[in-house]
Design a protein around this ligand. Structure first.
Ligand code: PLP
Length: 431
């Protein structure tokens, strides 16, 4: 048995900055002390005191089948008997790579790394090498991991803070980073007409989901891709969060846009630390040892991540997971929204949903597609609801700017239970 979360957090703060190893985990954005969890299964988390919670954070997205899916668990257990790491060639990464290449037309070659951050960092290196250009265009509110060059106007743990940039990044490191608002193709056109010949890549989350859920117009995405290509810039879709989440071929497939480079993470490792960058063979062949772009990793393509990832993706395809998750998410969100509207009418809640990602936000008269369009007071309104739900055993990501995720383990019974808990949680909120 562990000491309480409170006691653990006091100890953790002495040995780790803010007591955590990634900022949002600290509950800073919602107030209060974080819950310490000791185990998880299916849709449920268990904290160190034995309390259970229905989990809609799911490690921020990777666990599309829920915690310790039995099929994936079996593969992981077998892997523990085979090898933990080789630092050498092995068949497991080959099997995952071949499977992905066979399913995704714009992925001709792929390189596995250990995180989404590494994937984006490496893909930008390739883009610069391929074009001989230095500048990168990103969008306000899009998060691409914590690499220096893109930690400007970023989302995730920086969302809703007074400065959405990080300290400790010298101006030299971001002088080639250009930032524009989302949803404004004219601004992109204008920038490219001046700077086009210097821009190596346009990088975007095709479904921005790290600053709330800022669903973009298809015309905007098609147009900016067209503009970038006209100027000889590469298009990098950062699908770390949307890849294998909105469907097997991600947002690229849904939009019918083939990016030059694409990055994956989260789901691709089945809950283990894996990222990947991928795309056209001629671009990936620039990477060492084939080409001059250096990129390496001691633990890259870990057998655990490769085999858990493949087991996860195969099950998603075989069990028709995407369409089932889509309708279950609609059901959950419809239910939650009507409870929120009834029990917390003051905040005037609304929701945005895309496949199995969802986000509750304060209602707005115009569509929310940019950071600036998020209504004032959202963070505070969310914090209240977050704690009410937490008390009742429903765990959302502890920030109003993080989206919620559904997993295949969240069946109709779990959804019904969630709605019951939410209703009694928010009933208490009122009095
Ligand atoms: C999570 C995320 C990243 C960073 O991935 P890490 O594995 O946390 O480094 C990058 N881009 C997007 C779109 C993400 O959602």
């Amino acid at each position: 048995m562990y000491p309480s979360s409170k006691e653990l957090f006091e100890r953790a703060k002495k040995v780790a900055p803010g007591g955590v190893h990634s900022p949002v985990r600290s509950f800073r954005s919602v107030g209060g002390d974080p819950v310490f969890f000791q185990s998880a299964k299916g849709a449920y988390l268990t904290d160190v005191s034995g309390n259970e919670y229905i989990d809609y954070c799911l490690s921020f997205g990777p666990l599309i089948l829920g915690h310790r899916d039995p099929e994936v668990q079996e593969v992981v257990s077998k892997t523990a008997e085979l090898a933990w790491s080789f630092g050498a060639a092995e068949p497991y990464s080959l099997e995952l790579a071949e499977w992905i290449v066979s399913k995704i037309p714009w992925v001709e070659k792929i390189r596995f790394v250990n995180s989404g951050t590494e994937a984006v960092m490496s893909a930008l290196r390739v883009a610069r090498a391929a074009t001989g250009r230095d500048k990168i265009l990103k969008f306000d509110g899009c998060y691409h991991g914590h690499l220096d060059a893109l930690l400007v106007k970023a989302g995730s743990g920086l969302a809703g803070e007074s400065s959405s940039d990080s300290a400790g990044i010298g101006s030299e490191l971001i002088k080639n980073t250009l930032v524009l608002p989302l949803d404004d193709e004219n601004a992109v056109e204008e920038l490219f007409s001046k700077e086009g010949k210097n821009i190596a890549a346009l990088v975007i989350e095709p479904l921005p989901a790290n600053y709330g859920l800022l669903i973009q117009r298809k015309e905007f995405l098609s147009k900016i891709v067209e503009i970038a290509r006209k100027h000889g810039s590469l298009v990098l879709f950062d699908e770390v969060i949307s890849g294998f989440r909105v469907g097997l071929t991600g947002m690229s497939g849904e939009l019918g846009i083939s990016p030059d480079l694409v990055t994956y993470g989260k789901i691709i490792g089945g809950g283990f630390p894996v990222g990947a960058y991928a795309g056209k063979a001629e671009l990936l062949d620039l990477v060492a040892p084939q080409g001059p772009v250096y990129q390496a990793g001691t633990l890259s393509a870990s057998p655990f991540g490769m085999r858990a990832g493949l087991a996860t993706l195969k099950k998603c395809e075989r069990e028709n997971v995407y369409s089932i998750l889509g309708s279950r998410t609609q059901k959950l969100v419809r239910g939650l929204l009507s409870i929120l509207k009834e029990r917390d009418s003051e905040a005037n809640w609304d929701s945005l949903v895309h496949s199995s990602l969802f986000w509750f936000h304060k209602a707005s008269s115009s569509p929310i597609r940019t950071v600036d369009a998020i209504p004032a007071g959202h963070k505070e309104a969310f914090a209240k609801v977050f704690h009410a739900l937490l008390n009742e055993g429903v765990y959302l990501a502890p920030s109003g700017y993080e989206v919620g995720f559904m997993s295949f383990a969240h069946d109709d019974a779990i959804i019904a239970k969630t709605l019951e808990k939410a209703d009694s949680a928010l009933k208490k909120l009122k009095v």
